[in-house]
Ligand binder design. Structure first.
Ligand code: SF4
Length: 54
């Protein structure tokens, strides 16, 4: 992300640096079985990669 517009609180992700996503791009998927998502709880970042150094 050139201008760090994506704020993220997932500190366990390798792309997270001080609350900003450093990935070139991200993909967000629905997290449940339902075809309709009604709240933020129904979404998830599929670009997440666990940082085992945290
Ligand atoms: S890849 Fe997803 S989970 Fe990881 S820092 Fe970026 S937005 Fe957050």
């Amino acid at each position: 992300m050139p201008d760090n517009r994506i704020k993220c609180k997932v500190e366990e992700c390798v792309y997270n640096s001080q609350g900003l996503c450093q990935a070139d791009s991200i993909e967000v998927m629905s997290s449940g079985e339902s075809m309709r998502v009604g709240t933020t709880d129904g979404t998830r970042c599929s670009t997440f990669r666990y940082n085992n150094l945290t």
